[in-house]
Design a protein around this ligand. Sequence first.
Ligand SMILES: [Fe+2]
Length: 132
Amino acid sequence: MEFVEWTEKYSTGHALVDAYHHIFFQMVEEFGLALQQGDAVGMQDRIAFLVDYTFMHFDSEERVMAQAGYADLEAHRASHQHFRDQVNAIHRRYVDNPEGVQAEEVLSLVQDWFAHHILGEDLRFRNRLIRS
Ligand SMILES: [Fe+2]
């Protein structure tokens, strides 16, 4: 699996949001390396942690946007919620039947969605910060 690495193009210009994103990319990479090495130990914990971290990050990012008076906050929240629903569904499937969900599936869903979300939607917030 190809991993998306964090580069400056993902920078939102907000230190806290960028720190979260940076850690997120590192976490996804470590998760992927553990998978490639066949390290199945604790995979359920890793998946649960990835889910928790993603949600914690969304909450934090929404707070930052609210404090900045970001006009598109509700649309952004809806986008986050759509992803929360997808991740919750896959996580439930995993808890019900760990054999029925490949960790790669979780990883690629999270990585693809997140990379596209940052480039497509979080960067709109950067443009708003730059203009203000
Ligand atoms: Fe976001």
